[in-house]
Design a protein around this ligand. Structure first.
Ligand code: ATP
Ligand code: MG
Length: 438
C-alpha cells in the first residue's frame, strides 16, 4: 500500500472543509455526541472557551468517541498557559516538572489540561545517531501539538467552540480505514521514542485495527531500538497488555514483528516452539478473565508470560540429566532462570519474589498428591491463590493436570468453608460444624 498517494485521495471522502491546513468536520458530519462526554469535562471545556481560550478535547478520548468506545480518560488541550488554567479552576493544581500541565480535580475524576506544545527546537538533526527525545517542554500551535503526537488516530481534536472535529494529520481517514499509522516518518518517530513501537501494537490489538505497512516495516527494522527505552516503561506497557485483556493479539504482533525477540529473546524462543501452543490459549483465557473484570495479580500475569520458557528449560535440563529433578532442585533452577530476566525488566524485588513463589508453588501443586496435613499447610500459604490461578489457566489451556486442578480447587473450597482443619487432619475425621449457642 502506498500511503502518501492513498491518504491524499481518500481524505476527500471525509466531508469537511480545509481551514488553516486542517480538515474541519462539522458536528453534523461526525459521530461525537456531547451526551457521551462527562459533565465535568464539558464544564472545563466551556469555562476555558468562555474565558477566550481554545478548548479542545484531544488524544484517546476523541479517538474512542469516534469509534463509539468508552474513553478511559478525557484530556484537554488549550492555548491557555498552565498558570492561566490554574487561575481559572480553584480545584486544580499544576503538575510535572518537565512539562507542566494542570489537573482539574473533581470528586470522581481528574481532567488533564495541557497547553499546546511542539517538539523541542534543539532537536538533533535526522541523521544524528541518537534521536531520543529528552526535553519536550515547549509551547506550540494546535498544528504542532497534533504533529508531536504518536499516531494519526491519537492526533484529533474536538473543538467545544463549534463541536467540530479538527484533523491536521489524516486521523479521521485512518479511523475510518481502521489502521494505526505513525504521524511523520515512522523510523524517526520510533527512534525518538521506541516505546511507540509497543504502543502501535497495543492500539492495533486493542481496537482491532491494522498496522499500516510503513509503520509495520519500521517496527520490524527498528525493533532493536526498544532496548534503548526505559525498562520500567516497557515493562509497564507489557503489564498493561496483560491487565487490560488484549494480550493474545498483542503478543502475536510482538512475535510477528519480532519486537519480542529483541526485548525478551528467551521468551520469544519458547513461544515460537510448537510445544507452546497452549500459551496462546492461556492468553485467550486470561484476556477473557480480565475483561470480565476479574483482577489478576501482576505476578500471575508475568508468571503466565514466563511459564513456557520455564517449562522448556526444565524439560531440557531433565533430558540433560536423564532424570527428573526433585522439587527442591526445580525451585532453585526456576530462581536462577528468571532472576536475570526480572532484572532486565527492572521489576522490583517484591514482584520478582512473587513471580518466583507463584511458579514454585505451581510446581509443588503438580507434584503427586501429598497427605492432607501438608495439603492444608499448602492452602494456607501466602502464594497458594496465585499458584492456583496459574494452574487454572495452564490446565484449562493445555488440558494437562486438570485432575490436580479440580482436586486443589475442591480442597481449598473446603478449607474456606471451614470443613478442613489441621486438627481434623491429625485425627483423620472432618470436623463437625459447631452450632453457636443462643
Ligand atoms: P488510553 O485510552 O490508553 O489512555 P490514549 O491515546 O489516551 O490511550 P495516553 O497514553 O493516555 O494514550 O496518551 C494520551 C495522548 O498523548 C495520546 O493519545 C497521544 O496523542 C499522546 N501520546 C502519548 N504517548 C505518546 C508518545 N510516546 N509519543 C507521542 N505522543 C504520545
Ligand atoms: Mg489516555
Amino acid at each position: 500500500m502506498n500511503d502518501s498517494s492513498e491518504s491524499g485521495a481518500e481524505v476527500a471522502t471525509i466531508p469537511g472543509e480545509i481551514q488553516d491546513g486542517a480538515l474541519v468536520v462539522d458536528r453534523a458530519a461526525h459521530s461525537i455526541s456531547r451526551r457521551r462526554i462527562p459533565e465535568n469535562v464539558l464544564k472545563v471545556l466551556y469555562r476555558l472557551h468562555r474565558s477566550g481560550y481554545r478548548a479542545y478535547l484531544c488524544g484517546g478520548s476523541v479517538r474512542d468517541l469516534l469509534i463509539t468506545r468508552t474513553p478511559k480518560d478525557f484530556d484537554i488541550a488549550t492555548d491557555a498557559h498552565p498558570t492561566d488554567v490554574r487561575r481559572l479552576f480553584r480545584n486544580s493544581r499544576i503538575i510535572g516538572r518537565r512539562f507542566r500541565l494542570v489537573h482539574v480535580i473533581f470528586q470522581d475524576m481528574i481532567v488533564e489540561v495541557s497547553t499546546f506544545r511542539r517538539e523541542p527546537e534543539n532537536r538533533p538533526s535526522e541523521d544524528t545517531e541518537d534521536l531520543l527525545v529528552t526535553d519536550d517542554n515547549t509551547f506550540g500551535s494546535p498544528l504542532q501539538d497534533a504533529r508531536r503526537r504518536d499516531f494519526t488516530i491519537n492526533g484529533l481534536f474536538y473543538n467545544i467552540a463549534d463541536f467540530s472535529v479538527i484533523d491536521y494529520i489524516g486521523g479521521l481517514e485512518d479511523i475510518e480505514q481502521r489502521r494505526v499509522r505513525v504521524i511523520g516518518t515512522p523510523e524517526i518517530r520510533f527512534r525518538e521514542d521506541p516505546v511507540r513501537m509497543m504502543r502501535a501494537i497495543e492500539f492495533a490489538s486493542r481496537l482491532n485495527f491494522d498496522i499500516e505497512p510503513a509503520t509495520w516495516s519500521a517496527i520490524v527494522s527498528h525493533r532493536q531500538e526498544i532496548l534503548k527505552a526505559s525498562a520500567p516503561r516497557v515493562s509497564e506497557e507489557i503489564l498493561e497488555l496483560l491487565r487490560r485483556g488484549w494480550s493474545r493479539d498483542a503478543f502475536r504482533l510482538m512475535v510477528e514483528t519480532r519486537l519480542l525477540e529483541s526485548l525478551l529473546p528467551e521468551v520469544y524462543r519458547a513461544l515460537t516452539h510448537e510445544s507452546s501452543a497452549y500459551f496462546w490459549k492461556m492468553l485467550e483465557v486470561l484476556d477473557r478473565t480480565v475483561q470480565s473484570s476479574r483482577k489478576v495479580p501482576d505476578a500471575v500475569l508475568l508468571a503466565v508470560l514466563l511459564l513456557p520458557y520455564a517449562i522448556d528449560e526444565l524439560e531440557s535440563e531433565d533430558a540433560r540429566r536423564q532424570t527428573r529433578m526433585k522439587i527442591g532442585e526445580v525451585i532453585l533452577f526456576i530462581r536462577d532462570l528468571i532472576q536475570p530476566l526480572c532484572q532486565r525488566m527492572a521489576l522490583s524485588a517484591g514482584t520478582r519474589h512473587q513471580i518466583e513463589q507463584a511458579l514454585e508453588t505451581l510446581w509443588r501443586l503438580l507434584e503427586p498428591p501429598v497427605d492432607r496435613k501438608s495439603q492444608w499447610r499448602f492452602v494456607s500459604r501466602e502464594h497458594f491463590s496465585d499458584a492456583l490461578a496459574l494452574l487454572e489457566l495452564f490446565a484449562l489451556s493445555s488440558g494437562r493436570h486438570v485432575e490436580q486442578l479440580r482436586q486443589w480447587q475442591a480442597f481449598s473450597q473446603r478449607v474456606k468453608r471451614g470443613e478442613e482443619s489441621p486438627g481434623a487432619l491429625l485425627t483423620g475425621t472432618a470436623p463437625r460444624r459447631r452450632r453457636r449457642r443462643k
